[in-house]
Design a binder for this molecule. Structure first.
Ligand code: SF4
Length: 703
């Protein structure tokens, strides 16, 4: 066993907890293929704390079910069978090339993931637009925080999930946490809220469920799912009516207040109580608690964001921040708690349908010219914007004939999942690169086994905008290749011998140039700096000749990133969910996560300790609903929508609204709740409405 350890980061969520890995020789051939996790107390984000997912992450590296050789579907048997890398890559290049030749470049789709490193996300976007010439690329991060990103950009001119570091949270006066269950999704981050309260700060949690996070709150507001927008407007109405707005801040640092004010004044508290189910006294208490504190923050997560009005919902909370002067000032502001490991970096480097590296807009001629020059191609050769994630999945087998998918498992994680599964099956050709045979990989014509987090080097950008270095700590098994090697080989087979390096640092150096001068400027960040400083916050322009730019932990303190430096109020009004309860489907369904599983569970469901802790889905429902149905704890229950059904044992609790049921989404099969969820899209962000739809609840087997 080597005695040295490697500093790196967890493979899962956007907190990107620091950890050390200690490698040990594999007994078979002496190669280092197993590691143990050692605490890294000096990394400021988690100070050594890890949740069970991070602690057990090495189990997937040595799992018996990980893929260690390519698979190609046999014409003779219809089954996936072992193949050589040459055969697998050649098949992919031929099939993608044939779709392109027969139906045009947009007949080839590319689907990425919010867990891919910055280098992979960047290369995947370049591969789609240069090697394939397709506009049809998007990624599963569209399902994560796209509404917050759109609202952030609209109001502040720039989207970085948190415009301040996590360390500021305990020092603010009041936090309103909207639709986030940190205790389950990012347990080490809960300490920021604990410290807030220890420092005398107040915590308001907005969630239809009394979660473990809500139990920490000074005030818990439990609105009806899909009504967070009205709730924010109601609070703003009270703030205005009670003369608690910060008029000096509004006058000096914002634009658009009269229209936003008028929209809020149309949402008087009694109306908001009827819409949300939150009583007027609680609304007043929340507004006063927020305004009485000298500083304050609003933090949102998937609850308000995964709605067909997610952008406006986040916009309403931003309006509340702006009206009270709680933005662009120390220890105050609005932030989004991004979920996926590289949900932040994944959206900055060009795997989104409408964006180029550096968070540049694909339809901006100057942005196209800059990136095209870095890529060595004519600007006019770059395709225009493509379809958003759900729209791309919905087009499979129709306009889009072949798909290359990396780092995503939409069979479990996409809304209206049975339909998405059917679309994937209807493709002429599907290639998937993954570490295990996920439910999506199992449908593929070719499956490529790729290296995992501890077997490769690359950068990640956490929810604070802190760019981090994940370092290779051990030797990958023979038979797997990195995603960068895969894209390099496929590009070469498609006629692009150059331009797709396999070395992550070389890719990062190109990414820096591509991002230079853009909203997410990484040009001053190097691997060396990240290693020396344990992370660098973007934007960080290259101060060539001068002292290096220090990075930007806190944004907007002097001006917002709009052309005139002013933040924008946007007038927003309440509207119902795309699907409201009716006689046939009288109950609201909301979905979410449990602490022992991550996203579609492709990795965490293969870890014994995590599976033992969270073996399957469940249906959380109120005792009144349980009594009405005649079910007791553990009885099988089915949740049925217009799109399908999902089943799980009943979990009866007073901690949920009587009109709502909850299911976690990490599992396939009969308990796959995304069979039920609604793909109605937000018109701005194209975010599907995962968080609310109308269902019927019945005893399973009786329906
Ligand atoms: Fe990993 Fe997130 Fe858990 Fe930290 S909180 S150990 S980053 S899954």
């Amino acid at each position: 066993m080597r005695d040295e350890t490697t500093d790196t980061h967890c493979p899962y969520c956007a907190l990107q907890c620091g950890m050390k890995l200690r490698a040990a020789p594999d007994s078979a051939d002496g190669a280092e293929r197993t590691v143990e996790v050692v605490e890294r107390t000096e990394f400021p984000v988690n100070r050594g704390a890890l949740c069970g997912k991070g602690r057990t992450a090495p189990a997937v590296l040595s799992s018996r079910v990980r893929l260690t050789g390519p698979l190609v579907r046999s014409h003779a048997t219809g089954r996936l069978e072992e193949a050589t890398w040459e055969e697998a890559l050649r098949t992919i290049a031929d099939k993608l090339g044939r779709s392109r030749a027969e139906h045009g470049p947009d007949a080839v789709g590319v689907f990425g993931g919010g867990g891919l490193t910055n280098e992979k996300a960047y290369t995947l976007g370049k591969f789609a637009r240069v090697a394939l010439g397709t506009s049809q690329i998007d990624y599963n991060g569209r399902f994560c925080m796209s509404s917050a990103a759109a609202a952030h950009t609209r109001a502040f001119g720039l989207d970085r999930g948190l415009p301040f570091p996590l360390e500021d949270i305990p020092r603010t006066g009041c936090v309103i946490l909207v639709g986030s269950n940190l205790a389950e999704t990012m347990p080490p981050a809960l300490r920021y809220l604990t410290e807030l309260k220890e420092n005398g700060g107040r915590l308001i949690v907005v969630d239809p469920r009394r979660t473990r996070t809500a139990e920490q709150a000074d005030l818990h507001l439990a609105p009806r799912p899909g009504t967070d927008l009205a709730l924010a407007l109601g609070l703003l109405h009270i703030v205005v009516a009670e003369g608690r707005t910060d008029d000096a801040f509004i006058g000096e640092r914002t634009a658009g207040w009269p229209e936003a004010r008028a929209a809020a004044m149309a949402h008087w508290p009694e109306l908001v109580e009827r819409i949300t189910g939150v009583g007027v006294p609680q609304l007043r208490e929340a507004a006063r608690m927020f305004c009485d504190a000298p500083t304050g923050m609003v933090l949102t997560a998937r609850g308000p964001e995964q709605q067909s009005k997610g952008t406006d919902t986040v916009g309403a909370w931003i309006n509340l921040c702006l009206a009270t002067g709680r933005a662009g000032r120390p220890l105050s502001g609005y932030g989004c708690l991004t979920g996926q490991g590289n949900g932040q970096g994944g959206r900055e480097h060009g795997q989104k349908a409408d964006q180029l590296p550096g968070y540049r807009k694909l339809d901006d001629p100057a942005a196209r010219a800059h990136v095209a020059e870095v890529w060595g191609v004519p600007p006019e050769s770059l395709p225009g914007p493509g379809r958003s994630a759900y729209e791309l999945l919905d087009a499979l087998g129709r306009d889009v004939k072949s798909l290359l998918l990396m780092g995503s498992n939409p069979v479990v994680s996409a809304p209206r999942a049975a339909h998405v599964e059917e679309r994937l099956r209807s493709l002429d050709f599907l290639a998937v690169a993954d570490v295990v045979l996920s439910e999506t990989a199992a449908l593929a014509d070719v499956v490529l086994p790729v290296t995992q987090w501890a077997e490769e080097t690359g950068t990640m950008t956490n929810l604070e905008g802190r760019v981090l270095l994940r370092r290779r700590a051990l030797t990958p098994p023979a038979g797997v290749r990195s995603d960068l090697e895969v894209l390099h080989a496929l590009a070469a087979l498609l006629g692009h011998e150059k331009g797709f390096p396999t070395d992550a640092e070389e890719v990062f150096d190109e990414l820096r140039r591509a991002s230079a001068g853009g909203p997410a400027d990484y040009s001053g960040i190097t691997y060396r700096r990240i290693a020396e400083e344990d992370g660098v916050f973007w934007p960080c322009p290259d101060g060539a000749g001068d002292a290096p730019h220090p990075g930007t932990p806190r944004l907007f303190l002097d001006r917002f990133a709009t052309p005139d430096g002013l933040a924008r109020f946007v007038p927003v009004t309440h509207r119902p969910a795309a699907e409201e309860p009716d006689a046939e489907y009288p109950v609201l369904l909301t979905t979410g996560r449990v602490v022992a599983q991550y996203q579609s569970g492709a990795q965490t469901r293969r870890v014994d300790e995590l599976t033992a802790a969270a073996p399957g889905p469940f249906v959380e429902l109120h005792p009144q609903m349980a009594e009405r149905l005649g079910v007791a704890e553990g009885d099988p229950v089915a949740v049925v929508s217009r799109r399908g059904r999902a089943e799980g044992p009943a979990r009866v609790t007073n901690g949920i609204r009587p009109d709502t049921v909850f299911m976690p989404f990490h599992w396939p099969g009969a308990g796959r709740v995304n069979t039920v969820t609604n793909p109605a899209l937000d018109p701005t962000s194209r975010m599907p409405e995962f968080k609310v739809c109308a269902v019927r609840v019945e005893v399973a087997g009786r329906g």
